[in-house]
Design a protein around this ligand. Structure first.
Ligand code: RFL
Ligand code: PHB
Length: 391
């Protein structure tokens, strides 16, 4: 006999875990199937900035206690342009702020809450295959410890990230893909050193973009724009710190505290949207449906807003209410997704060195940055998008 659940969730990243927790609170049972081990999932270093809406959802899921104790509230960011720093004051421009709290910690808090609630997760589930979602009885098949298993369910939530199986299980003819690959990547380094400045610094420099971010008062996260084909082995720590120092303004360069890296990795930069986000009883959420370049700090936050719409819709349905939420899920989510796609593309275009735009492109970039730091209207547009558009 197959196992049964209301909602089979594929993927135990922030999207799958948050959905699981919101549904659990509403009395809807779920099973999460995750390809990797818990330790592997918790070893990935990714996002660091949470919008207020995301913070609110984590609270709603009952998982916000440690985030409020340890997270850092940031009221603005700095832009470093031609060696001078300019502050964008979110609080003054929008009345809002963001929370610096690592995705790894969000994931850990959500996993702990799920475990405490006794809700099932199958880690190291192999060959996960969603099927039957165009009819009334979806089934997810998988292999665990060499044994073939299946879960019968009412709905499948595809929360399995960009490389996941959910989107790939949909016939190509049913999908429309929008994609842009950028001709560079981000080389990231995590180190147990105090951050160079109290707020994030986004750096536009002739040698390439850099970002100074952090996880705590004693742990920093730095990024350098690098060639798309670059290998992490070519970047010993000293070379990373030297290059970062060269891209920083004088004051930041003088205050930069360096130390051995805890983690170092290269991420490609991509914009990607798959439409629609619903196929019968299969719903895609988070990176499974869309990717943004990390420049606007939007990926995790978009996963959270998708989950907000999806949880609301599933709860309405399961309580015998209307199916409107399910019917409108894709359009609602995509409306917000595209605004974040635009913002992330714009921040990326504004701050990186593009190999093919030449001196004209660089002057346009500097003019736009100059406009941005000199115009309250332009700065407000950045601030409003960075702190997060309403759900
Ligand atoms: P995830 O986190 O990729 O989780 C998907 C999960 O599904 C599992 N999986 C499968 N499970 C079963 N069967 C299969 N066939 C499966 N295939 C995959 C995977 O193992 C995984 O556990 O997707 P999710 O939940 O949608 O979350 C999205 C976020 O992880 C992502 O958008 C952010 O990390 C993006 N991002 C940032 N977002 C922000 O909001 N703010 C930031 O500051 C920010 N910085 C970043 C980022 C992403 C980065 N990288 C590495 C691309 C910085 C970087 C460098
Ligand atoms: C991070 O801290 O990892 C981070 C912060 C802001 C971004 C991207 C990544 O825009």
């Amino acid at each position: 006999m197959p196992e049964r659940t209301h909602v089979a969730i594929i993927g135990s990243g922030p999207a799958g875990l948050l959905l699981g927790q919101l549904l659990h609170k509403a009395g809807i049972d779920t099973v999460i199937l995750e390809r990797h081990s818990r330790e592997h999932v918790l070893g990935r270093i990714r996002a660091g900035v949470l919008e207020q809406g995301t913070v609110g959802l984590i609270d709603e899921a009952g998982c916000g206690a440690r985030m409020h104790r340890e997270g850092l509230i940031h009221h603005g960011i700095e832009l470093s342009i031609r060696g001078a720093r300019h502050r964008i004051d979110f609080q003054a421009l929008t009345g809002k702020s963001v929370m610096v709290y690592g995705q790894t910690e969000v994931t850990r808090d959500l996993m702990d809450a799920r475990q405490a609630a006794g809700a099932p997760t199958v880690f190291e589930a192999q060959n996960v295959t969603p099927s039957g979602y165009d009819g009334a009885r979806p089934v997810v098949r998988y292999t665990a410890n060499g044994m073939a298993k299946e879960i019968a369910c009412d709905f499948i939530a595809g929360c399995d990230g960009f490389h996941g199986v959910s989107r790939q299980s949909v016939p190509e003819s049913a999908l429309t893909i929008f994609e842009r690959l950028y001709p560079f990547g981000w080389l990231g380094l995590l180190a147990e050193v105090p951050p160079v400045a109290p707020e994030l610094i986004y750096v536009n420099h002739e040698r390439g973009f850099a970002l100074c971010s952090m996880r705590t008062h004693s742990r920093s996260r730095y990024y350098l724009q690098c060639d798309a084909s670059e290998q992490v082995e070519n970047w010993p720590d000293d070379k990373f710190w030297d290059e970062l120092r060269r891209r920083l303004d004088q004051d930041a360069a003088a205050h930069l505290v360096t130390g051995p890296s805890i983690e170092k990795s290269i991420a490609p930069l991509r914009s990607f949207v798959a439409e629609p986000m619903r196929f019968g009883r299969l719903f895609l959420a988070g990176d499974a449906a869309h990717i943004v370049p990390p420049t606007g700090a939007k990926g995790l936050n978009l996963a959270a807003s998708d989950v907000h719409y999806l949880a609301e819709a599933l709860i309405d349905h399961c309580r015998g209410g209307s199916d409107q939420g399910l019917d409108h899920y894709s359009a609602r989510a995509l409306a917000r997704v595209w605004k974040a796609e635009r913002f992330s593309w714009w921040m990326t275009s504004l701050l990186h060195r593009f190999p093919d735009t030449g001196p004209f492109g660089q002057r346009i970039q500097l003019a736009e940055l100059d406009y941005l730091v000199g115009s309250e209207a332009a700065a407000t547009a950045l601030a409003e998008n960075y702190v997060g558009l309403p759900f």
